[in-house]
Design a binder for this molecule. Sequence first.
Ligand code: NAD
Length: 307
Amino acid sequence: MSENAASGTIAFLGLGHMGGPMAANLIKAGHSVVGYDPVPAAVEAAKAHGVPMAGSAAEAVASAAVVLTMLPSGQHVLDLYRGVDGAGGLLSVAAPDTMFLDCSTINVDEAREAAAIALEAGHRSVDAPVSGGVVGAEAGTLTFMVGALPEDFETVKPILELMGKRIVHCGEHGAGQAAKVCNNMILGVSMIAVSEAFVLGEKLGLTHQALFDVAAHASGQCWALTTNCPVPGPVPTSPANRDYQPGFAGALMAKDLRLAVNALESTGVAAQMGPLASQIYDAFAAEGGAGRDFSGIITDIRDKSAT
Ligand code: NAD
C-alpha cells in the first residue's frame, strides 16, 4: 500500500442501504472503486450509480489498496477476513500492507479481533463506524468514529471525507466502535426517558408543546427531545410527524443496544439503564417496531399504560 491508499482502488464490500450510497459518493468524487455484494438487487442498484462490480469479494480485493466493508455484523466481517469452511479469506488474497477499513457497526471485541488478525497477516486495520443513517450516506454527511493508529487515520481521512462531514479520531483499534456503542446507549436510554416523560405529561394534563417549551430549554434538553421529538408537533421534522417512518429504525437501535450490553458485560460495568433499554428495544422490534423509527417506542409506552 500505503501512501497510495488514499488514491488507489477501493474494494467496497456490502452495498446495502448504507454501502450503496457511500460507494456512489466515492464514484462521484472520481475515486476508483470496485464493488461486491452477493444480493442481486444491491448489485443492480450499485451499477445504476456507476459502481463497477466484481464477481466475488476476492476478485474485488485483488487489485485494491483499501478494502472497505459495510456489512450487517461482526461475524460477517470476521468470516470475510478469515474465510469460512477452509476457504481462504480476504486477508490471504490481499496484497501485503492493504488497508482493511471496516465501517460496519460491530462489537468492540470483534473490531479488536479483526484488527489483530489483519495486522498478523501483514495488513493495516481501521474501524470507522458511522452515524447519520441512509440520509447522511446519500448526502455524504455521515459522522465517522475512527479507531486507528495515528498514521492510518491520516491515510483513511481523505477517503472518509468523501462520504462524511465529521471524521473523529477516537483512539486506536476498536475505539471507533467503543464511541459508537457509548453514544447509542445514551440515545436509546434518553429516548425512553423522553417518551415516558411525554406520556406522564399527557396523564397529568400537560400539552406536548408546554412540556417541550420547558424541557427543551431546561435540564431535560437532549437530542431525543429537540431533534427527534417522539410526539408530533413541536419539531416538525421529527419522524413522529410522519407516523414514525425512520429515521433510525427500531431494529438498528435494538442491534446497537445489544452491542452495548455485550461491551458492558465484557468490561464488567455495573450499568442498569443500558441493559434495560436493550430489553425494551428488543421487545419493541419484535412487536412490530423493527421498521419504525425508534421514537415510536412512545406508542408502546402509551399503549401499555393504564387508561
Ligand atoms: P444492509 O443489510 O442494507 O446492507 C448490508 C449489505 O451487506 C447487504 O447488501 C448484504 O447483501 C451485504 N453482504 C452480506 N455479506 C456480504 C459479503 N460476504 N460480501 C459482500 N457483501 C455482503 O445494512 P445497512 O443498513 O447498509 O447497514 C450496514 C452496516 O451499517 C450495519 O452494520 C449497520 O448496523 C450499520 N449502520 C446502519 C445504519 C442505517 O441507518 N441503515 C446507520 C448506521 C450504521
